[in-house]
Design a protein around this ligand. Sequence first.
Ligand code: AHR
Length: 638
Amino acid sequence: MKKLLIPLVLCCLMFSTASADTLTFSVDAEGKGMSDMLYGLFFEDINYAADGGLYAELLYNRSFEYADPGSTLQSQHLTGWMMNSLLSAKGKAQVMTEQPLNDSNPTYVRISVESGIYRALNAGYGSSAFTGGVNVTQGAEYSFFIYLRDAGFAGIVTAAITDRGGNPISNVVAFQPTADWQKHEAVLIATQTADAYLCVSLDGVGLLDMDMASLMPQTGSVLRADLVEALRDLQPRFLRFPGGCIAEGSYTHENVYNWKDTIGPVEQRKENWNTWGSMQSYGLGYHEYFELCRELNAEPLPVVYAGVLCQARTPSEAPLNKAQCEAYAQDILDLIEYANGGTDTYWGQKRAENGSEQPFGLKYLAIGNENWGTVYFDRFGWISGIVKAAYPDITLIVAAGPVAEGTLIQDSLRTIRSRFPTALADEHYYMDSDWFLKNTKRYDNYPRTTSIFLGEYAAHEPVSGSKRPNNLYSALCEAAYLTGIERNSDLVKLCCYAPLLARDGMQQWTPDLIWFNANAVLKTPNYYVQQMFASTLGDTVLPSTLDGAVYHVVTRTDDAVYIKLVNVSDQAASVDILAQGVPGGEGRFTQLSGQPKQVNTFTTPDALIPVTDGCIISNEQLAVTLPAYSVTIYELPL
Ligand code: AHR
């Protein structure tokens, strides 16, 4: 955050403005307890958030498994690859399934060369091979591997990073394929910074089989460091994953995100169609998610399906019946054992083999994503009964449907309160920005019997161009809403914005909290609101009064008072703060302001960025002026 270049005195003038509103509170008043888990993240592989995003793999469709459901087009399996595109050989590439690398990885490519040098190029992620690119940095090292099988090839096989003309811009490594599938590995060092290709060259004649290639920056992590840093800076208390719709599966049970397909050696992970329109390599799988949680110091919160396919997409297969649900519940018990079991358990041992002897300490589990109705609640009951009997301490999360208002959510909440009162009810809603302003009191009168997890939300602005923008207005409406969430955080235990990440030019849903391209990360004003609120989480909400149009909440810990003020009007607002019991001295404030339609862009990433500065409180008073369209958080030490 930037430092604000205004003199300290501006924010600490004694009360002077005739038209100022007065905010009154006392630090000694009895407050309401707050959830220490309130702010977290929801990660889903939508908008190329995992493959093409957080997962640092540079190759697209690295194992030739890409296939739209229902499509018989062989060429789909070559998505992302340009075979002989430089037309430097006489030869062809054929998609094959006989004698594959393994059963989970059934498709590979057989290249036959008659003459010339045959080049198989991978262009990485991009909306097309021409806008994409395997983005490399001069001097950086990249781990490369590929599986090859000699099916009758006489010649030399090499790999390198190349420019768009196929000229090497890294060391060139040669491989000697054998008659059986064999993994060949090398380190490629880029000699240029470029949007490049990965090129496998065949100089000879005959048949060569090729599968499962990978090129990743050699950083010691399979995750993109700049994106991990952006997530860490949000100070998430939990991470909800892996979806969203992709967790529950669309149309067929084959499409369900099966956690067991996502662990172990990457070449043995069984890829699955991503309902958002790509393929899930599962390179970022359950183990990596758990490790990421550890790195972020966030509680893992997996979402597993409930035997019911995505209800919004008209499933073509029936939900699991009771016996099937009871059998499926074992998969969930296995997952909990994978996360929490000792190394003397079957799945705990698997976890250790995958790199973590230490358990991950799973405490939360959602069964279902956006589900509703008897068909769902019955299945939640069957499955959760088995899970709770084995693991009574786990906090379960039950879906309350995909809407904010109306009979569907009312019925869902009524059912949850009567049948599953100890589970957290998971609400999801994407509403227009003004709805958030009008509904800051939504939770004031909710019964306190069942706690709420606001698992997905975002303020939606009208579409402009092809996107709903992440503009300041939407961020301020979310900030105003969060004052209501904090006021009710005895009830709302967790909340997270959705979706989290989007690759620029490849987005499938807008708005999104963080945008990125191959080289840069773009934080939205919505991101900064989340960061400002999460970094100033109190443990107690203090009773407070403020007349006027400014949204507010006052919270405290033993060490500080946090005053959150959101001015969503086009006029500056003056507020006289009467802070009883707050000692005189220096505090600080952080502020985000600008024009309502303003956005950050890759060329102006800091157009909207919070600024921070000091303030002085004296005689339990502080007079402040809030700019039009602003959110300001004061932090006063106790
Ligand atoms: O966040 C995007 C999608 O919105 C999620 O996958 C789904 O749960 C909701 O409909």
